[in-house]
Design a protein around this ligand. Structure first.
Ligand SMILES: C[S@@+](CC[C@H](N)C(=O)[O-])C[C@H]1O[C@@H](n2cnc3c(N)ncnc32)[C@H](O)[C@@H]1O
Length: 329
């Protein structure tokens, strides 16, 4: 009986891509078989990768999660008073661990729409949330937020869109602008965006955050090779690669690579191809851009948003921006 009650408050649907979307085989063919070598970061996040990311968030070195969580705890009430959402829609929700700061500050009458590429994590989290909050409806959205947002549900009532965790930093500048412009075009008067983004700081702090002493970030990075082995019938040997995360000061971003420990040849069955790697050769697996306070506000303004509040800790390590669609009231 109780189980049925939970299920009534939990739904799931796939978000149809509204732009051409390449699959993992096409992305591997384009990204691995020519130079420079790279793979899109979304492929980290199978069920194991999502759990590893959650473990990274608990490492002492990874300050972004703790910092953003503290900002949310401190400002949740004011954010909810200002936005009065009937719906919270979250891009790249993962375990929704910090979203609970907002849910915990609500009394009732809200639906939550977590949108993520990792279906396993969405379902696990959805089940937990309907049990934790007996007034909450959870509508899981499975899909790729870079593949177009036109198939998102048109919702009555104020929507609060969340994009947390500094994930906007995983986009290159053009992707970030296009995504924000597209999101802005969906928004109605009264809707809001809460954006969490990581800030520029001492490169030693950044370096430590992406090279934790327990090697969890390394394991997360190497997980990509397991995904490629499983999905593309490849024979990557994770032991033959090392995790590298370096801060590029000119481009103001952490670059995460898998570096070949030796000269090697890797078969990718689904592509009927062999990847020849030299010793020391790198595959770029993620960028994580770091922003200035001003840069973030300009990015939002230039993509059609009015910044209503900009929260940051005393050390200025992280930004949480509350914005609305400019020109709509
Ligand atoms: C850096 S994690 C952040 C998770 C969570 N928001 C947080 O703050 O801890 C990025 C999240 O975005 C999801 N993700 C990555 N690329 C995606 C894509 N193209 N479309 C949808 N979700 C994606 C991942 O599965 C993961 O849950």
């Amino acid at each position: 009986m109780e189980g049925t009650q939970y299920q009534q408050r939990l739904s799931s649907r796939k978000v149809t891509p509204t732009r051409a979307l390449s699959d993992i085989a096409a992305d591997a063919a384009a990204g691995l078989l020519s130079r420079p070598r790279f793979m899109p970061p979304k492929y980290f996040y199978d069920a194991r990768g999502s759990r590893l990311f959650d473990a990274i968030c608990d490492t002492p070195e990874y300050y972004p999660t703790r910092t953003e969580d503290a900002l949310l705890e401190q400002h949740a009430r004011v954010i909810l008073e200002q936005t009065r959402p009937a719906h919270i829609i979250e891009f790249g929700s993962g375990t929704s661990r910090k979203t609970r700061r907002l849910l915990g500050a609500c009394d009732s009458g809200l639906s939550y729409w977590p949108f993520d590429v990792c279906e396993a994590m969405l379902h696990e989290t959805g089940h937990r949330l309907v049990q934790e909050y007996d007034w909450l409806d959870v509508n899981v959205l499975v899909g790729d937020y870079l593949a177009g947002l036109d198939d998102l549900p048109q919702l009555d009532g104020a929507c609060l869109y969340l994009f947390l965790g500094g994930t906007i930093g995983n986009f290159n500048p053009r992707q970030a602008r296009d995504f924000l412009v597209e999101l802005r075009s969906l928004m109605k008067p009264g809707d809001s965006l809460l954006l969490g983004a990581d800030r520029l700081k001492d490169s030693a702090v950044l370096h430590a955050a992406y090279n934790d002493a327990d090697g969890i970030t390394a394991e997360f990075n190497l997980n990509l090779l397991r995904v490629l082995n499983r999905e593309l019938d490849a024979d990557f040997e994770p032991r033959h690669f090392r995790h590298r995360a370096l801060f590029d000061g000119d481009r103001q971003r952490i670059e995460m690579y898998l570096e070949s420990r030796r000269r090697q040849s890797v078969r990718i069955g689904a592509l009927d191809a062999c990847l020849e790697l030299d010793a020391g050769e790198r595959i770029l697996t993620e960028i994580s851009r770091k922003f200035s306070r001003r840069g973030l506000e300009s990015l939002l303004r230039e993509t059609g948003f009015a910044v209503r509040a900009h929260y940051q800790p005393d050390n200025g390590w992280y930004s949480l921006l509350l914005a609305g669609p400019d020109g709509l009231s």
